[in-house]
Design a binder for this molecule. Sequence first.
Ligand code: S3P
Length: 185
Amino acid sequence: MNKSEKKNNIMLIGFMGAGKSAVAQGMNRLYGMEVAEMDSLIEEKEGMTVNDIFAARGEGYFRDCETALLRELAGRSGLVVSCGGGAVLRPENVALMKESGLVVLLTARPETIYQRVKDSRDRPILNGNMSPAYISQLIEKRREPYSRAADITIETDGKTIEQVCRELGEKAGCSEMTRQEVFPI
Ligand code: S3P
C-alpha cells in the first residue's frame, strides 16, 4: 500500500487501564473524531460480554473477533479506535492497525494501572490475578509487542485526559483532519 492510501484513523493501544477508552472519548469531544471501542463492538456483534466470550468460546475465539474487527475498521477513516489491550499480540493485527493509520501507545506505571483497574471485574485476563505484581509482570511481557507496534508513545501518569488528548492532537495534526471543538472535559 502506498502512503496516500493509508487511512487517517488513530489506533490507541496499550495495557488495560492505560486510558485508551477515556482518551478516545476525549478525542471525540475535542476533535470530533468518531469513536470505535473494540471491546464494545465485539460484545455487540457476539451478543455477550467479553467475560462470557472468554468463558464460553475461549481466548482464541476472542482474538479472532479482534482480527475480523480490525480488518473492518481498516477500511474506514476519521476514527479513533480504542483497541483491546491484547490486540497487538498478533502480528497480523498490528499490520492492520498500521494500515488504518497512526498507532499510538498509551503507557502508565504498573501501580497507576492497578489503581485504575482494581475494582473492575470486566477483564478476564485480570480476574483472579488482580495485583500490582501480576500487572507489572504482564506489562513486562507485553513491552516488546507494544513498543514494536507504536508509531508514537504518550505517557499518561499524572496527566488529565484532556492533557493527553491535546498532546496527541498536536502530534497527530488533528486540527487539520477534523473539526476542532474545544470545551472542558
Ligand atoms: C485484554 C484487554 C481488554 C479486553 C480483554 C483482553 C487484554 O481490553 O480486550 O479483556 O488481553 O489485555 P481493555 O484494554 O480495553 O481493557
